[in-house]
Ligand binder design. Structure first.
Ligand code: A3P
Length: 296
């Protein structure tokens, strides 16, 4: 794996008004026409908002007891296919999802709400959206882009932050993503909008809310098992959850499970960057009611 020849980093381009790379658009016809099933659960996020954490929790809730062998044999990206992905090291996400025989199927997407295949809406599927405050999200994304050969080169932090503010990131603007999904929540009753900061503050409470949304009633013991299994330190050590099996990621640069904290942005933003970011944030977020916390 160490000496594997890696393809050059891809370039960003505009795709229906959203910055994208070819890994997420090459398979577009199959994505657009993807056939959801009524009991599918879609896990939707802007990248680095806690997708893997929530995917892992859902997988444990549904299959932790009935299919324990999954925990030691199947990496999370095979249990929860990444719908729009087409990385050539795995079958495309649509194909992996089509082949899933589990019920429900857990499917991950980073697509902005307007690009989600219409079949998910037609079947009124349950959707769990996870959002993370912009500053920590940007920091996490920066380190991910450094270590992930399948994303464009991040450059230095100052330029990266400007690009984040300009929405020139893979999957587009964070501001459009979190607000677009927030607006959809007003009309799609089966959308649970979850905040990373709330999960960090009290995972047990958020687990209860998640179960109530999903119509699940695990025992106290079962809930504790899920909460414990999905703790940061436990997941970081778990090769089926920590992405260490993916050859395009260089953990020597930065691990996938990096810090798992709220407020790490303070170690990256200068005072000037933070002030400029906040000023710009107010303008971009002035028409939405969604509120984020940058500390807990
Ligand atoms: P950091 O880079 O800030 O550490 P995604 O899964 O959407 O790519 O998000 C990855 C981010 O979620 C990383 O953030 C990662 O460490 C964090 N994360 C993953 N599992 C977590 C857990 N169990 N608890 C807290 N944070 C977690």
């Amino acid at each position: 794996m160490e000496n594997m020849e890696l393809p050059p980093r891809p370039k960003l381009f505009d795709f229906h008004g959203v910055s994208m790379i070819h890994h997420f658009t090459d398979n577009w016809e199959n994505i657009r026409n993807f056939q959801a099933r009524p009991d599918d659960i879609l896990i939707a996020t802007y990248p680095k908002a806690g997708t893997t954490w929530v995917s892992y929790i859902l997988d444990l809730l549904y299959f932790g007891q009935t299919a324990p062998e999954r925990q030691t044999s199947l990496p999370i990206y095979e249990r929860v296919p990444f719908l729009e992905s087409d990385f050539h090291i795995l079958p495309p996400g649509t194909e992996l999802a089509d082949k899933l025989s589990t019920s429900p199927r857990l499917i991950k997407t980073h697509l902005p709400v307007q690009l989600v295949p219409k079949s998910f809406w037609e079947h009124n599927c349950r959707i769990v959206y996870v959002a993370r405050n912009a500053k920590d999200n940007a920091v996490s994304y920066f380190h991910f882009d450094r270590m992930n050969q399948a994303h464009p080169e991040p450059g230095d932090w100052n330029n990266y932050l400007q690009r984040f503010m300009d929405g020139k990131m893979v999957f587009g603007s964070w501001y459009d993503h979190v607000t677009g999904w927030w607006e959809r929540k007003q009309t799609h009753s089966k959308l649970h909008y979850l905040f990373y900061e709330d999960m960090v503050e009290d995972t047990g409470r958020e687990l209860d809310r998640l179960c109530s949304f999903l119509g699940l009633s695990p025992s106290a013991e079962e809930k504790e098992r899920v909460r414990g299994g999905a703790q940061f330190d436990t997941m970081k050590k778990n090769s089926m959850a920590n992405y260490s099996t993916v050859p395009i990621m260089d953990f020597k640069i930065s691990p996938f499970m990096r810090k798992g904290k709220v407020g790490d942005w303070k170690n990256h933003f200068t005072v000037a960057q933070s002030e400029q970011f906040d000023e710009d944030y107010k303008k971009k977020m002035k028409n939405t009611t969604v509120q984020f916390r940058t500390v807990v």
